[in-house]
Design a protein around this ligand. Structure first.
Ligand code: AMP
Length: 183
């Protein structure tokens, strides 16, 4: 696995565990030599992740849209920053550039991006692994919703099981690497 795309809050959340998890993940990616692809922002958990990869000597690739760049909403120290015209093109490029996807806690931007790559996988547009970093039990309600969808016959079991979940950044990156090797 050469690159991992991370979706995560542009806010920092109101518990220190979220920022700590972004830092730990960033250090883990740099340690393993995996490039981090993310939305390019300079705020919240997004900023913390980028800084932690860079401070540990790793590579960070930002993918943003012209509108956000014009508003100065981007991190200035990235290894590379791609700027595209639309949000749609942005997601497409993030998917192309990455070997796996991971969501940390975040808001609707994070949910939207995670569910898009998960849905595309279910439909067979790609076979790259997807994971959730379940910091502080944040993703408990989402796991419950997915369990309900499966139990009620709206989702097949293999798709439900396609998401790797862990509270530990190192373990989760290891799981995604295994799954990237044996899709
Ligand atoms: P949210 O979870 O609502 O804070 O949105 C975070 C997700 O949406 C990130 O994974 C980003 O890809 C995208 N996003 C939100 N705000 C920004 C921003 N200022 N710059 C770039 N991407 C952003």
């Amino acid at each position: 696995m050469k690159s991992l795309c991370v979706f995560l809050g542009s806010s920092q959340g109101n518990h220190p565990a979220y920022m700590e998890a972004a830092t730990a993940l960033g250090h883990e990616l740099a340690r393993r030599g995996i490039a981090c692809v993310y939305g390019g922002s300079r705020t919240g958990l997004m900023n913390r992740l980028a800084d932690s990869v860079l401070e540990a000597g790793g590579e960070v690739v930002g993918v943003t849209v012209q509108l956000l760049k014009d508003k100065e909403e981007f991190h200035r120290g990235l290894t590379r920053l791609h700027v595209v015209p639309t949000m749609h093109e942005r997601k497409t490029l993030m998917i192309e550039l990455s070997d796996a996807f991971l969501a940390l806690p975040g808001g609707i931007g994070t949910f939207d991006e995670f569910f898009e790559v998960y849905t595309l996988r279910q439909l067979g547009f790609h076979s790259k692994p997807c994971g959730l970093l379940d910091v502080n039990g944040f993703y408990g309600p989402m796991k419950l919703m997915l369990d309900t969808a499966e139990r009620e016959g709206f989702m097949k079991q293999p798709y439900r099981e396609a998401i790797a979940v862990s509270a530990d950044p190192s373990e989760l990156v290891g799981l995604l690497m295994d799954r990237a090797r044996h899709p």
